[in-house]
Structure formats: C-alpha cells, structure tokens
Design a protein around this ligand. Structure first.
Ligand code: BTN
Length: 258
C-alpha cells in the first residue's frame, strides 16, 4: 500500500502526504482530489520527475529543494480566487523573511507570486484548479523553494538559500511554510480579509512606482506599476496617462529594483 496522509502536528485539520519521488506534487494533489480527498492536504516530495512551472515550463526538481502542493476544495468564490496567488506569495515571503533578517540581501515579492532575493528568483508558485465530478472545485497551490539548487536561466536569474548563506533543510522549511499558509489563509478568510493581505503584500512588493513590462501570451505592456487594486489586479499607468488593469502575466523590471 502507498503512503497515507498524516495529520500535521500543531495544525489541527491539516494533513500531509510525504512522498519520496513523484512526477509532480501538483498533479498528485489533483489526482487525490479527483479520488474524493476532502482537501486541506499538503503533498510533498523529495524530488519531482516532471515538475511543472508556469506557462508550460518545466520546474527542475532535484532532491534538496522543497516541493509542496496544497490541495483546497472550494476555498472561495470564483471572484475571490483571483487573489489567491497573492495570499500564497505572502505566505512564502513570510516563511523566508526571518532567514534574511541578518543578511545583506533584500527580499521582495515580484507580482504576482515570485519571491526575489536581490532580483533573483528563489521560489516558484503554480496554481492549478479542476472541477470535480461532484460539482466542487479543487484548487492546488504548488510551491517550490530553492534550498540548495537553482536553475541557470538567463531570462529569469535565480538563486537558492544556500547560495545566500542560509542553511535550512526542506523538512524544517515545510513546517514553517505550512504554518504560514494556515495563518494567511485564515487572514484571507475566503476573500473577506483580502484587504489585510493586500496591505501586507504591497509592503513586501518590489517595483511599485517603477516602470515595468508585463508579458502574457497575448500582449506585452509597459507602464508604471501603481498598485494592486482591491480586487487583486495589477494597475499600470501607461505613458499616455491611461490606466490598465492586468490579471495575469510575467512581470519584468525595466530598471534596477529592490
Ligand atoms: C514557476 O514557474 O515559477 C512556478 C513553479 C512551481 C513549482 C512547484 S514545485 C511544487 C509544485 N509541483 C509542481 O509540479 N510545480 C509546483
């Protein structure tokens, strides 16, 4: 018989399925949802053989980094779900922040949910969802944190905790990550507490007030990053003075940022 989910100590109502090798913890969590899992379940793995990144990219997943996916069932209305990426980013940011307090590095959230250390990416978050046969919605928040490895990617320069002089193993980091998610999901309160998340997210964000470019498959748009509005949209002020709200894409800083 395969491994079974176990209760997470000190987090009543939350469970964890800890695996050694898996294709993708996100895919595994969605598979469990389709089989009737009630959610509030973390799926973790030592290594992923088919780790998934955003926009169809591969997430290289050697042993030593953290790979964890949180399965939620019907976590909020469809409208409120749009700001779940910001909740996830803040939870990961708060998990990492204490480790950087005594380092020379600046930690910042890059919209929507990357954490940058001196402009180098140290994590990835991939949200996926699937309608279930009983009408419910399964949402998976997949988090990868670079503990000892990072990919060599000129488009998205990356780093890892060890390269920043921070020593923490994925087991310890998972305990802190699961605590942070429980806390921030509770603050978010199925969307009713988004104003609290928004305020904290804005405090942690890099690039506000600066020129940025956002690319998604359909467009590339450059403007001044004004804020995240109360619905969670990125607000850009364009050169002609008009404003544009954006829900998804990859953000690039046009100049040096924190
Ligand atoms: C990104 O491209 O920035 C998102 C990467 C997300 C990677 C994590 S690792 C755990 C989970 N399982 C996956 O297959 N992907 C996510």
């Amino acid at each position: 018989m395969g491994a079974l989910p176990q209760p997470i100590p000190n987090l009543p109502g939350w469970r964890r399925l800890a695996l050694a090798d898996v294709g993708s913890t996100n895919t595994e969590a969605l598979r469990l949802a389709a089989g009737g899992d009630p959610g509030n379940l973390w799926v973790t793995a030592d290594r992923q053989l088919q780790g998934k990144g955003r926009n169809g990219r591969t997430w290289i997943s050697e042993a030593g980094n953290l790979y964890a996916s949180l399965l939620l069932i019907d976590p909020a209305t469809r409208t409120a779900l749009a700001n779940l990426p910001l909740v996830a980013a803040l939870a990961v940011y708060e998990t990492l922040k204490p480790y950087f307090a005594k380092t020379p590095y600046a930690l910042a959230i890059k919209w929507p949910n990357d954490i940058l250390v001196d402009r180098q990416k140290i994590n990835g978050i991939l949200l996926e969802s699937a309608g279930l046969s009983d009408g419910h919605l399964a949402v998976v928040i997949g988090c990868g944190i670079n503990c000892v490895h990072h990919p060599d990617n000129p488009l998205y320069p990356a780093t890892d905790l060890a390269a920043c002089g921070v020593s923490v193993d994925p087991v310890t980091l998972f305990d802190q990550l699961s605590d942070a998610f429980a806390k921030h999901l509770s603050l978010w309160n199925r969307g009713a507490g988004f104003h609290i998340i928004r305020e904290r997210w804005l405090m942690a964000a890099g690039g506000i007030g600066r020129q940025v470019t956002v690319n998604n498959g359909d467009f590339s748009i450059t403007g001044m990053f004004e804020e995240i509005d109360h619905d969670g949209y990125l607000c850009l002020k364009l050169d002609d003075g008009s404003r544009q709200k954006i829900s998804a894409g990859d953000l690039f800083f046009d100049r040096e940022e924190k």
